[in-house]
Design a protein around this ligand. Structure first.
Ligand code: NI
Length: 180
C-alpha cells in the first residue's frame, strides 16, 4: 500500500474447523506500525463486526500470527475495543462456567469452564507493551482468543465425548457441503 493511501477495510473469509491454520501455533509479530499491520487490524475489526462476533484471532482469517481483536460490547461501546498482539496470560484467578461459541465453529455452543479473571501482557499496534485485566466475559474472551493463537479451539476444553459428538456432526456437514 502506498503511503497516505486511504485504509479500506475488507471483510475476510473466516476459516472453519478443519482448516489446518486453526490448529497451529502462530508466529509472533515482529514488525509494528507498518501499513500491512494496520491493514490487517482494520480487516480483523471489519470481519469480526460483520460476523457479529465479540472476538477474532488472526488464524481465523488464515493468518498464522499472534494477533486478536476483542469487543465484548459487540460494537456498542468504543472503549471496549481491545487489540492484543503477542499476548500472554500472566495471571489466572477464580473460575466461571458459561456458554461459549466460536466464529470458526458456527452453530455449536457449549459450556466451558475458564478462569474468572486474567491479567494479559501484550503489545499494541506500535509494539508498546500493554497490560490488561479481564473479568468475567472479557476474561473468557481473552482466554478463548489467546487459545486460538496457540492452535487451541474451545472444543479442547470439552469432554472427549462431547467433542466427538460435535466432530461427527461437523463431518456430516462437511460431507453435505455445508461446511467450508
Ligand atoms: Ni473462536
Amino acid at each position: 500500500m502506498l503511503a497516505g493511501a486511504s485504509l479500506e477495510e475488507m471483510v475476510r473469509k473466516i476459516f472453519k474447523y478443519g482448516a489446518a491454520v486453526l490448529e497451529q501455533a502462530c508466529e509472533p509479530i515482529t514488525e509494528f506500525d507498518t501499513p500491512e499491520l494496520h491493514e490487517l487490524v482494520a480487516d480483523m475489526w471489519e470481519t469480526m463486526y460483520s460476523a457479529k462476533g465479540i472476538g477474532l484471532a488472526a488464524p481465523q482469517i488464515g493468518i498464522s500470527k499472534q494477533l486478536s481483536v476483542i469487543d465484548v460490547s459487540a460494537g456498542e461501546n468504543e472503549a471496549d475495543r481491545v487489540l492484543i498482539i503477542n499476548p500472554e496470560i500472566t495471571l489466572r484467578d477464580g473460575k466461571q462456567t458459561g456458554e461459549e461459541g466460536c466464529l470458526s465453529i458456527p452453530g455449536f455452543r457449549e459450556p466451558v469452564t475458564r478462569a474468572n479473571r486474567v491479567i494479559v501482557r501484550a503489545q499494541n499496534e506500535k509494539g508498546e507493551p500493554i497490560e490488561l485485566e479481564g473479568l468475567e466475559l472479557l476474561a473468557r474472551a481473552f482466554q478463548h482468543e489467546i487459545d486460538h493463537l496457540h492452535g487451541i479451539l474451545f472444543l479442547s476444553h470439552l469432554s472427549p465425548l462431547k467433542r466427538d459428538i460435535i466432530r461427527r456432526k461437523i463431518k456430516k456437514l462437511q460431507k453435505a457441503g455445508e461446511w467450508d
